[in-house]
Design a protein around this ligand. Structure first.
Ligand code: HEM
Length: 206
C-alpha cells in the first residue's frame, strides 16, 4: 500500500524557500523597474530601486547559504544528485507524461516517494536554477555592486556590459523558471496540495 502523505519538506527547506520566493519576487520587481526606468513615470524611484535591489540581493546570498549548507549537511541534498546514465530517456518519459499521459489519466512514470522527491524534469530544473543560474546571478550581482573588480575589456567587449548581460540573462531565466515552476506545482493531488506541502511539510500522493 502506498503512503498518502510523505514528510518531504523539513522546516529549514520551507523557511529557505519562503524567503527565497519573497526575495526573488522583490528582485524581479526592482530589477524591471531599473531596467525600464523613466524619470517621468518611475514605477519605483530609480535610487530607491537600486538600494532595495542591493539589500535584497545580499539577503538572497545569505539565504542561499542556508540552501547550500543545508543540502550539503542533511539528507535533502541527495535529491539533487543527478544520475547521468539514462537521464535523457527519463526526461523524455516525464516530458511525454506532462504533454500526453497526464491528460489521458495515465499514472506518473516517476511517482514521488521518500526516495524520489522530484521527478526527472523537476530535478534537472531545480539543479539548473539553484546550482547554475542563481550562482551566476549572485556572482555577477556582487561584481556589478563593486564594478572596479570587473576588467574594463573582456574578449571583444566591455567587461561591465558582459557582466550585466550575464546578470540579466540569468535573472530572466530564473523569472521564466519561476512562472513555469508555479504552474507545474499546481499539478498535484489537487491544484493546491503542493503549495500546502510547502507550508505543512507533507507531500500528498495520488
Ligand atoms: C511565488 C513563488 C514560488 C512558489 C509559489 C513556489 C512553490 C513551490 C512548491 C509548492 C514547491 C513544492 C513542490 C515541489 O517540490 O515542486 C516548491 C519547491 C521548490 N522550489 Fe519553489 N516556488 C516559488 C519560487 C521559487 C523560486 C524563485 C525558486 C528558485 C529560484 C524555487 C525553487 C524551488 C526548489 C529548489 C524547490 C524544491 C525544494 C526542496 O524540496 O528541496 N521556487 N516551490
Amino acid at each position: 500500500m502506498t503512503e498518502e502523505k510523505i514528510y518531504l519538506y523539513p522546516v529549514w527547506v520551507r523557511l529557505w524557500h519562503l524567503f527565497n520566493a519573497i526575495l526573488c519576487l522583490t528582485l524581479i520587481i526592482t530589477g524591471i523597474s531599473m531596467q525600464f526606468s523613466n524619470p517621468k513615470f518611475p514605477l519605483i524611484a530609480f535610487n530607491v530601486s537600486v538600494s532595495i535591489h542591493n539589500i535584497v540581493g545580499i539577503l538572497l546570498c545569505l539565504n542561499y547559504l542556508i540552501f547550500f549548507l543545508g543540502n550539503l549537511g542533511t539528507r535533502n541534498g541527495r535529491y539533487y544528485k543527478l544520475i547521468f546514465p539514462g537521464l535523457f530517456s527519463r526526461l523524455m518519459a516525464q516530458f511525454r507524461y506532462y504533454t500526453r499521459g497526464l491528460f489521458k489519466g495515465e499514472p506518473a512514470p516517476y511517482p514521488i516517494n521518500s526516495e524520489r522527491k522530484f521527478n526527472p524534469l523537476q530535478q534537472l530544473t531545480y539543479v539548473g536554477s539553484m546550482y547554475i543560474l542563481v550562482p551566476v546571478i549572485m556572482v555577477t550581482g556582487w561584481a556589478l555592486m563593486y564594478p572596479e573588480v570587473i576588467p574594463s575589456r573582456f574578449l571583444w567587449t566591455s567587461g561591465l556590459h558582459l557582466t550585466d548581460l550575464f546578470h540579466i540573462l540569468a535573472a530572466f531565466m530564473v523569472s521564466l523558471f519561476m512562472f513555469i515552476h508555479v504552474y507545474f506545482c499546481t499539478i498535484g493531488k489537487t491544484p493546491f496540495s503542493n503549495f500546502k506541502g510547502m507550508i505543512n511539510g507533507y507531500h500528498e500522493t495520488h
